[in-house]
Design a protein around this ligand. Structure first.
Ligand code: URA
Length: 255
């Protein structure tokens, strides 16, 4: 890897800023001032120091974010604020959100540069669970719950896979119709479309769990933190490549 790229990935500055640091002789490679920003280094075995301090390279980074409303789940966007821009100086060029939440949806979002893990977690074959807390326009009837738990028609080729629905008790002073919904798939606007299918509407939506990972309640909207090694391990073990029996239902849309 080129030295200037290495320094950029460690958020030492923009490409032109890190080049300047190298030219000022502030960066050493194995004890010798770097010859040029283009110098090739081995990021795993060479010892790189800045003003004498050893720089530790991290190939992969994993952050849990509490996505706020009004921000798009993208790395870059010409017109709108993105979740990656909220990472501030941790926003390495190669980071992206693993999965999407709609602009108005809040909650747990994983940001990483580990394409392989993200691909696995998002693969429809892996059935990684996602749990949402949804505030609804109306109370769900027992029949609505039965339908959501067996599969509803959201205009796709197949009915949705069975979801798990838990109705949350609301306090007298706060009579919101809140439910927890756990899905084993992740179609576009899926929760909103499932609730529409039972003639209801999502008023507010927050993701609270993703593949065994739970949203840290201490994270304010817009805040993020690195995953702990234990959380990363949980994510790595999330999902399993399996075909659920319901996926074989060809077209039961009219039952
Ligand atoms: N379901 C939705 O409708 N929107 C999301 O962002 C996620 C799940």
């Amino acid at each position: 890897m080129r030295l200037d790229r290495f320094l950029c990935e460690l958020n030492m500055g923009s490409r032109s800023q890190v080049r300047k640091l190298v030219r000022q002789g502030l960066v050493t490679v194995n004890g010798i001032p770097a010859a040029s920003p283009e110098q090739k280094i081995d990021e795993l075995s060479d010892e790189i120091r800045f003003r004498g301090e050893k720089l530790q390279y991290r190939k992969f980074v994993y952050y849990m974010m509490n996505k706020p409303q009004g921000v798009v789940s993208a790395s870059r966007d010409n017109a709108q604020r993105t979740v990656v821009s909220l990472l501030g100086e941790d926003a390495r060029e190669d980071i992206f959100p693993a999965g999407r939440l709609d602009k108005d949806v809040t909650g747990l979002l994983l940001l990483t540069n580990d394409g392989e893990l993200a691909h696995r977690l998002l693969s429809p074959k892996m059935h990684v669970d996602k749990t949402y807390r949804a505030v609804l326009a109306h109370k769900l009837s027992a029949e609505d719950i039965r339908r959501l738990e067996t599969g509803v028609d959201i205009g796709e080729e197949r009915l949705t896979l069975p979801a798990r629905v838990t109705v949350l008790e609301s306090a007298d002073a706060d009579p919101e119709n809140a439910v927890l919904l756990t899905l084993h798939e992740g179609k576009f606007h899926q929760v909103k479309r499932m609730l529409q299918a039972v003639d209801n509407q999502v008023v507010q939506l927050r993701r609270i769990a993703f593949g065994g990972l739970r949203l840290d309640p201490r994270l304010a909207p817009g805040a993020y933190r690195a995953l702990t090694p234990e959380e990363l391990e949980i994510l790595r073990r999330s999902g399993a490549e399996r075909r659920l029996p319901q996926e074989d239902r060809k077209s039961e849309k009219n039952v």
